[in-house]
Design a protein around this ligand. Sequence first.
Ligand SMILES: NC(=O)c1ccc[n+]([C@@H]2O[C@H](COP(=O)([O-])OP(=O)(O)OC[C@H]3O[C@@H](n4cnc5c(N)ncnc54)[C@H](O)[C@@H]3O)[C@@H](O)[C@H]2O)c1
Length: 264
Amino acid sequence: MYANGKVALVTGAAQGIGRAMVEELLQKGAVLALVDQNCIAGDLCKASLDEQYGSHRTLFIQCDVTDQEQLKDAFRKTVEHFGRLDILVNNAGVNNEKDWEKTIEVNLTSVIRGTYLGLEIMRKNNGGHGGVIINISSLAGLTPAAYQPVYSASKHGVIGFTRSIAALASIGNYGVRINSVCPAFVDTPLLESIEKEENMGELFKYKDRIKDMMKCYGVLDPSLIAKGMIDLIEDDASNGAVMKITTSRGIHFEEFGVQQKTKI
Ligand SMILES: NC(=O)c1ccc[n+]([C@@H]2O[C@H](COP(=O)([O-])OP(=O)(O)OC[C@H]3O[C@@H](n4cnc5c(N)ncnc54)[C@H](O)[C@@H]3O)[C@@H](O)[C@H]2O)c1
């Protein structure tokens, strides 16, 4: 699928990776709903995009993705405004080991809910036109992250859910492809959370170790994650893929090998 002329919805769109993906989608000719809980950042983001692309190309919707009604409403408003939905990026995420239940809610529960809401609109066996869903995970969703155990659990969950629902979409002929993206460290405001006790709780004492890891592995530019997202949108064969993005290897894919069959 090409993004040109398509309608997209991106959560956590006001800054960081979400914002980079929004710009890439606009450059590729899509129109889109910018969904974010931060009204000030959202308005600023839209105002600056309007100057470059025109106000008709985006719609800012203030929404806390953990609020079921607000999230439902964001999908409803998007379809009401643009007439359809073709591309969904569940990107909003937080790093909060202290309020770990919130981390699960934002990073995993809301991604699952967003995926179901997107499928309800897009899946062909429900009267939709088909589409693409991209769920943002992390390299911490594939490997243990000693100083971010709950963040890591939430991102492992995103991969497990995305691969499973992708398999179901294929079996059920949904006409919707669902993939996940796992970046290493990316240069966004999220990285500042590592230096905050209110985010890290007891793990705050390890902040320098995380900073050393950043120095060792390097930090990616958000534009590379946006490029990976476009690759997944355009690759009509990808479904259930787990894209990894690192400084050493760039964009590549996790290979899971032969699936083990569990006896039941
Ligand atoms: N920055 C990294 O190093 C990195 C690495 C791998 C994966 N990721 C993932 O990429 C995604 C984007 O992260 P980022 O680095 O751009 O973070 P960021 O903090 O820069 O931006 C996140 C955006 O999401 C919004 N948001 C947070 N909670 C929300 C909620 N409940 N409802 C609606 N919007 C909400 C914020 O307002 C913000 O605009 C996240 O899922 C994150 O886990 C980030």
